[in-house]
Design a protein around this ligand. Structure first.
Ligand code: PA5
Length: 339
């Protein structure tokens, strides 16, 4: 896992090279939806963080079997599944086909690749052999390149800066941090600007470190979450980690300081990790990187294998035995007949 994490700069660069070569039709659209689950869907959350204050086209992430009613022929839909075999994502793909949305697939293979080929749809084929969550740079940078090709954004300079920051980032402080957090329930907070990043950090702690964790964002958490700290008995094993950014607005800074003051002494510890870099993409990816390293270090301290995700594997197997949904979906859109 740590070898994968160290490869992030290389993965960003490769993703750009791979996605650049994909032919994307001259799609016209007025909204963007990212369809996926788990480690694949997080790329969509990060895209939202990155672009929400820059482009006027709405972006949404859909993590379910079916798409919201507004998805139509004027929607650009990225169907993203690292394995290519996730049933919710494949079910959303079928919805996309039926609604004639503009589809781009991102996958390392599986049914998603097969189905994209079958319908003659553009897709980015990224390398196999990773855990879905450790392929995040491939997934996110593929989306960015596709959007560049469609003229939605121009992030060339940000991509270059991000790769440089990821190469230079120091991880020693995160190692120390892992030591103080290792026996706690981890609570991760950030500003709403980084809501995708904070979700990523939480899910990496779940999957890599095999630990319970939760997340929330400022300013919303100041309207409910903080009241939970009034019950000291239930919080004394919580460790709060706050993702900070030099560009956070005054009002967010003030809220973070006051919140820290209110919960101090009621939790096991409060620590911060600061984003590095100038551009939003670099700042986001620096936090993702540090969060990933933290989750890895916690796994080492907990003496667990950061790669395996047994509960996910067993759940997917049992669902397949019970529902066999993918085969039903194939019959539903008659993919076999078209081959
Ligand atoms: O991290 C993981 O392994 C999971 O969260 C997967 O990403 C999730 O189950 C979806 O699988 P995939 O990304 O292959 O579509």
């Amino acid at each position: 896992m740590i070898e994968f994490i160290k490869k992030y700069p290389e993965m960003c660069l490769n993703a750009v090279k791979i996605a650049e070569k994909v032919d994307i039709p001259d799609y016209k659209f007025n909204k963007i939806v990212i369809c996926g689950m788990g480690g694949s869907a997080v790329s969509g959350d990060l895209l939202k963080d990155l672009l929400k204050n820059r482009i006027s086209i709405p972006i949404d992430v859909c993590r379910d079997y079916h798409l919201p009613a507004y998805v139509d022929k004027d929607t650009l839909t990225f169907c993203i599944s690292y394995s290519g075999n996730t049933e919710e994502t494949l079910s959303q793909f079928v919805d996309c086909v039926k609604r004639k949305s503009k589809i781009i697939g991102i996958t390392s293979g599986g049914k998603l690749e097969e189905w994209c080929k079958n319908f003659n749809l553009p897709y980015v084929l990224i390398p196999s052999g990773y855990q879905p969550r450790s392929a995040l740079p491939y997934l996110l940078f593929s989306i960015i390149v596709c959007l560049q090709k469609l003229g939605v954004v121009n992030l060339h300079k940000e991509i270059d800066e991000t790769i440089e920051i990821l190469k230079k980032i120091k991880i020693d402080s995160v190692k120390k941090l892992a030591n103080s957090m290792k026996d706690s329930t981890i609570v991760v907070y950030s500003s709403d600007e980084f809501s995708g990043v904070v979700r990523r950090v939480k899910t990496q702690i779940n999957e890599n470190s095999k630990m319970p964790a939760k997340y929330d964002v400022f300013p919303e958490l100041d309207h409910n979450e903080i009241v939970g700290y009034q019950n000291e008995r239930l919080n004394n094993n919580s460790f709060v980690l706050i993702l900070r950014d030099k560009d956070e607005p005054e009002e967010i800074k003030a809220r973070i300081e006051i919140t820290k003051d209110l919960i101090k002494g009621k939790v096991k510890g409060i620590e911060e990790i600061w984003a590095e870099g100038k551009s939003k993409l670099a700042r986001m990816m620096s936090l993702v990187f540090l969060g990933d390293v933290l989750s890895y270090e916690l796994a080492v301290l907990n003496n667990v294998d950061p790669v395996e995700v047994e509960n996910i594997v067993v759940l997917k197997k049992r669902l397949k035995e019970r529902l066999n949904l993918v085969e039903k979906l194939e019959n539903n859109i008659k993919i076999k007949k078209m081959k």
